[in-house]
Design a protein around this ligand. Structure first.
Ligand code: GLU
Length: 310
């Protein structure tokens, strides 16, 4: 049988140019500068071994993938009841930054992976940890990703500032939520923390370790330490299954069929329960905000590795 490194190399070589119709996100000006030809793919197994192929040294901002890590941390520190007192658990058929659903329903964001839900989550963490929030969150992210210390993770200042400067849409969402009483703290302070989390830089190896940690039920296979409870992993896996790829989540379930979360910098994180973590990065996005070549590579790997079990 072909070994895993050869399989990743073959998949990367085939998929990296399959970006037709895609373009890097441009609504955050700094993201538009990404090299559209970059491609990286990584896999981490439960022995803690990570395999990578392509431009695996490339760093990119987590964007919405940070919402998965923030959710793990929030459930672990605040508890499930508190987190889901102001955020729902249902998929969203609108865009990730849509304001429409909030106005039509109860001002409770549908899930923690759309922007409105993540902003509410970030306010809860900010309220709990105050001035220490960013340090505590980055410390948790470092452990989840298998980095050695919190200093090893960095915020990309250029992306952070670019997003903060141009985030009218997220400001509109947050002020709407504040007006409705779902948010009660300082909106700009909450948004600042949200932008910082979106701008944390990672590579696909980091994300594949994070995927393996969630897929194993909470144990980071690289460090051997338990990062979250099995119950937290179940919640996160469930939401990744139904809300992980914006309004393309159902199609992704058909094409790939594993719990995943994408971000607008072109990354996709996958947690294959009981099997492995996978991550891919390629900046050109489709209309839903998902990496075109990334989905292609994951669909191929899903079949080759029988990630659906069949
Ligand atoms: N920072 C991005 C925003 O808030 C994250 C979007 C995403 O990756 O889905 O618009």
């Amino acid at each position: 049988m072909e070994n895993i490194q050869d399989l990743l190399d073959r998949t990367a070589a085939f998929s990296r140019t399959k970006t037709e119709g895609g373009a890097p996100a441009s609504y955050i000006p700094e993201l538009a500068r990404a090299d559209p030809a970059l491609f990286s793919l990584s896999m981490t197994n439960f022995d803690g071994e990570t395999y990578s192929s392509g431009d695996s040294d490339s760093l990119f901002s987590m964007q919405s993938i940070s919402k998965v890590a923030a959710l793990c941390f929030a459930i672990e520190t605040l508890g499930r009841e508190r987190v889901f007192s102001k955020i729902g658990m249902e998929p969203c058929s609108e865009a990730f930054n849509s304001i429409m659903k909030l106005e039509m329903t109860s001002s409770i964001p549908l899930n923690p992976f759309i922007n409105a839900g993540a902003i509410v989550l970030v306010e809860m963490l900010n309220e709990r940890f105050q001035a220490l929030a960013i340090a505590e969150i980055m410390d948790f992210f470092s452990r989840l990703l298998g980095r050695q210390s919190r200093n090893a993770l960095h915020i990309n200042e250029g992306i952070y500032r670019s997003e903060k400067r141009t985030a009218d849409r997220n400001r509109a969402l947050a002020y709407f939520l504040h007006n409705a009483g779902t948010l009660s703290g300082d909106v700009e302070e909450t948004l600042d923390l949200y932008f910082k989390l979106c701008s944390i830089e990672v590579n696909t190896a980091d994300l594949s370790v994070m995927g393996a940690t969630i897929a194993s039920g909470g144990r980071n296979p690289a460090s051997g330490t338990t990062i979250m409870s099995l119950d937290t992993a179940y919640i996160v896996l469930g939401l990744m299954n139904v809300c992980g790829l914006y309004d393309q989540s159902a199609e992704f379930a058909v094409e790939v069929g594993v719990p995943a979360k994408s971000g607008v910098s072109g990354g996709i994180l996958c947690a294959v329960p009981g099997r492995m973590g996978l991550a891919v990065f390629s900046p050109p996005l489709n209309n839903s905000g998902n990496s075109v070549a990334g989905i292609r590579a994951l669909a191929d790997l899903s079949r080759e590795l029988k990630l659906r079990g069949i």
